[in-house]
Design a binder for this molecule. Structure first.
Ligand SMILES: N[C@@H](CCC(=O)N[C@@H](CS)C(=O)NCC(=O)O)C(=O)O
Length: 270
């Protein structure tokens, strides 16, 4: 087992402080970040712990997320993992990240989740997979602050990710995939103009926490592989993107751009 202490970042401290404000009688003795590795069943399990000693009565939630393919011991580029991490951050819940190498899935992970997909989280002693199910379960178990949105809003922007992938993979500039993506982005821009700044109005909600990581992938992957950017004319969408990307929760849980690029490369070149 090896161990190293990581200095808390400004955003982590600010998130911790926000958390403390919400809790009666906090007795924070120290804010500590642990970074350690555990050997288990012949495979290396890496854990990044974000915890607050004695500030939190419950122990950190264990969550399996994708590991970086470019940098050892860093979070990787899974938008579904980021969605769940964002939910934990926005709800000020401490967690332990288990970084999973998806190219060489360890046995301990396949025992937890035979489907072999991240994210997976341990809730009430049971491992739960799939970001839709996890975020719903977190909302029920930890309702404050509320992140739910009316069901009719859940579909806003829901075609952006698939149209982005269609355009990213396309080799024919005239096959309509760019137009299809632009049409989805324009619809979202129009929606935000009428209903924004966030999808559920003035406060961020679970819908934004799902869409934000996908827009982040879109921006990095299309910028890199196609030299393409979201048009500046979509001003409400541009502001929306900035509002999400600049949140402490997003900065703390985002993938490194080089991982996003490597993650999409096989789809583009395959
Ligand atoms: N519908 C799932 C999708 C999860 C997913 O596709 N995760 C990818 C990484 S981003 C994965 O684990 N892939 C590994 C594999 O398919 O073997 C969710 O929302 O959690």
């Amino acid at each position: 087992m090896s161990s190293a202490r990581i200095q808390p970042t400004a955003c982590a401290v600010s998130s911790a402080i926000k958390h403390l404000r919400l809790r009666p009688n906090p007795s924070l003795s120290s804010l500590c970040f642990h970074h350690f590795a555990i050997r288990g069943r012949g495979s290396l399990r890496r854990t990044l712990r974000v915890s607050m000693s004695s500030a939190q009565s419950s122990s950190p939630l264990e969550i399996c997320v994708k590991a970086s393919v470019t940098t050892p011991d860093k979070l990787g580029d899974c938008p579904f993992s980021q969605r769940v991490l964002l939910t934990l951050e926005e709800k000020h819940l401490p967690y332990d990240m288990k970084l999973v190498d998806l190219k060489n899935k360890p046995e301990w992970f396949l025992n937890i989740n035979p489907d072999g997909k991240v994210p997976a989280i341990k809730l009430d002693e049971k491992w739960v997979a799939d970001s839709d199910i996890i975020t719903q379960a977190l909302e029920e178990k930890y309702p404050s602050p509320p992140l739910g949105a009316p069901p009719e809003k859940a579909s806003v922007g829901s075609k952006i990710f698939s149209t982005f992938i269609g355009f990213l993979k396309s080799k024919d500039p005239n096959d309509g995939t760019e137009q299809a993506l632009l049409s989805e982005l324009s619809s979202l821009n129009d929606y935000l103009k009428e209903n924004g700044p966030f999808i559920n109005g003035k406060d961020i909600s679970a819908v934004d926490l799902s869409l934000g990581p996908k827009l982040y992938h879109l921006e990095i992957a299309l910028g890199h592989f196609k030299k393409w950017t979201i048009p500046d004319s979509l001003t409400y969408l541009q502001s929306y993107k900035k509002a999400i990307f600049s949140r402490d929760s997003f900065i703390k849980t985002r993938a490194q751009p080089e991982d996003v690029i490597e993650g999409w490369r096989p789809k583009v070149e395959g």
